[in-house]
Design a protein around this ligand. Sequence first.
Ligand code: ADP
Ligand code: ADP
Length: 229
Amino acid sequence: SGAIRFEDVRFSYDPEREILKGISFEVPPGKSVAIVGPSGAGKSTISRLLFRFYDVTSGRITIDGQDIAAVRQDSLRAAIGIVPQDTVLFNDTIAYNIRYGRVDAPEDEVRQAAERAQIGPFIAALPEGYETMVGERGLKLSGGEKQRVAIARTLLKAPPILVLDEATSALDTHTEQEIQDALDLVSRNRTTLTIAHRLSTIVAADEIIVLKAGQIVERGSHGELLERG
Ligand code: ADP
Ligand code: ADP
């Protein structure tokens, strides 16, 4: 389960300017689709529509054949996991941050998720900038480590659908590789829609969609796109 379909979706934030100009694509269950294109093309808008932060102007978006306009917001949020590019941590332990949204998750499940995301040793720590009443100070986590917290949270939540918005910021090669490995872990066998910036993601995607000014101008596997030049 977890098939995503966009059917001739049009969208405008304001009536003067159409942002998505009739786009159709699908992500079959368990497959991964990467959306690439220049800044301003409408890539992030696609993920915002999938979450129903906004409703489509026309056309429709379905998950497992059901129009998301008819799906309750909480079911939609339960079905979709997101690993944002900038993970903001709450003022509480890393374990709490991993539990977020699943307060009732058993301790050992939280630990397991942390270990798989390779932040096991940090689970009792507080994030940087925070201090307990007894003067204990938070730990400085790198960007990659913070993203691993988000990944652990997603592993714990285990949603059928994953939306990844990759960082555009320059990361060093080591951090990039670390993040990529963790993302591979979380997206395996899960329907994945990625707003892609990393070459490794694009190469590994089952389909790449090239978006320009709100229209799909090219689509295919990495190999197919290379052949066509
Ligand atoms: P991308 O992710 O490809 O860089 P976006 O989907 O973020 O593109 O944005 C597509 C276009 O929509 C841009 O021109 C952007 O300025 C515009 N846009 C984004 N968010 C809003 C908003 N909340 N209100 C009005 N215009 C917006
Ligand atoms: P749940 O439904 O389990 O409460 P969500 O899928 O709503 O969880 O959120 C999972 C994670 O994604 C949380 O860290 C949340 O803060 C973050 N998140 C949710 N919506 C957005 C968004 N629009 N942009 C960035 N992060 C988000």
